[in-house]
Design a protein around this ligand. Structure first.
Ligand code: GTR
Length: 336
């Protein structure tokens, strides 16, 4: 009798466990957020420090997504490159192991050869027009060229203009660039630009640049004032040439596999949140650009203003000869 009761109990227990397992939530079901009221937490990778303008934009995006989805989605921003260098983050986004990220548009060239147009030298002449285009239809169309690559482009963030800096000598003309070893982001276009100026290009991850500059592995790099400042490059690379040769923006991205699982309503909420966060990011951008410029001068950087930018434009003409045709339609759309 006792034995029988025990085995009955064991059966009941087993059935109970099986039922509980069947009723449990499917871990792969990201739709879970809309089925239940549970909060889904997504990670956003950011390679700049906490108070950098892109991080401020990311956090505004996170706040808006939470608000627009009534707290069903929560986004945690991992700043300072905690989730890896840009190329690693992009791979993880493709795999879906990181859900969201903010990266620069230059490394995106390997996912959409059309997005490379944004890195053409001296492409944008008018900031207002640039942002009207990037925030408008052309921008969305360009982000759409990433579709199918594993990445979903949500919005562009400001990254101002990139200029060259080095530790060897003041550079005021393209002629002065000859023979310098310059770090670039990993892209054929970035390499072609540096080579058109008679310098040598060394592709390298952002996080490795400081020590490469410090140890003299490279003579210089190129970036905007906020990056030159916050990454500490100014400490080891005093000659900054204000020649703003490239206006490549930043991009807010989602992993396409996560995106595809969102309901139409949530997609709309994420897209709106991304676009609405641009304004806050751009305000923070304008502030830090000024602050960074003043700070590096105070710390001893020597800025060389370029009086005649047409010399530089002419020098990079080979880049237009090589890539201009490929991007002709986009160049027209972005600048008309
Ligand atoms: C910065 C950009 C970073 C990174 C870096 C680089 O301006 O914000 O995301 O791309 O440049 O040069 O690698």
């Amino acid at each position: 009798m006792k034995k029988k009761t025990l085995s009955l109990l064991a059966i009941l227990l087993f059935v109970g466990v099986v039922l509980a397992a069947c009723g449990g939530e499917d871990e792969n079901d990201t739709d879970g957020a809309s089925d239940s009221e549970e909060t889904v937490t997504l990670r956003l990778a950011e390679n700049h420090p906490e108070d950098y303008p892109t991080t401020i934009g990311d956090k505004e995006f996170a706040r808006l997504v939470e608000e627009k989805t009534d707290g069903r989605y929560e986004i945690e921003v991992y700043s300072g490159g905690q989730l890896g260098e840009e190329s690693e983050v992009l791979e993880q986004l493709q795999l879906g192991t990181i859900e969201l990220a903010r990266v620069n548009a230059i490394p995106l060239t390997q996912f959409s050869d059309q997005i490379g147009v944004l890195s053409m030298p001296y492409l944008f002449e008018d900031e207002d027009k640039k942002w009207e285009k990037l925030n408008g239809e052309v921008g969305q169309e360009l982000l759409g060229t990433l579709d199918g690559s594993g990445l979903k482009g949500l919005a562009f963030y400001d990254s101002g203009e990139r200029s060259f800096y080095n530790s060897v000598r003041p550079v005021s003309t393209p002629e002065d660039m000859k023979g310098l070893q310059i770090r670039v982001q990993s892209s054929d276009l970035a390499i072609a630009i540096v080579e058109s100026l008679g310098a040598s290009a060394t592709p390298m991850e952002y996080g490795e640049v400081y020590s490469a500059l410090q140890t003299g592995v490279i003579d210089g790099a190129e970036n905007n004032f906020p990056s030159y400042y916050t990454a500490g490059h100014y400490e080891v690379t005093p000659y900054f040439t204000v020649n703003g040769y490239q206006g490549t923006p930043e991009v807010l991205l989602a992993s396409e596999s996560i995106w595809d699982d969102l309901s139409e309503e949530d997609k709309q909420a994420f897209s709106e949140a991304a676009m609405e966060s641009v304004e806050v990011q751009r305000e923070a951008w304008a502030e830090l650009t000024e602050e960074a410029r003043e700070a590096v001068v105070e710390a001893g950087s020597e800025l060389t203003e370029v009086d005649d930018i047409s010399e530089w434009r002419e020098a990079v003409q080979p880049v237009y000869d090589e890539f201009g045709e490929q991007y002709a339609d986009w160049i027209e759309k972005l600048t008309e």
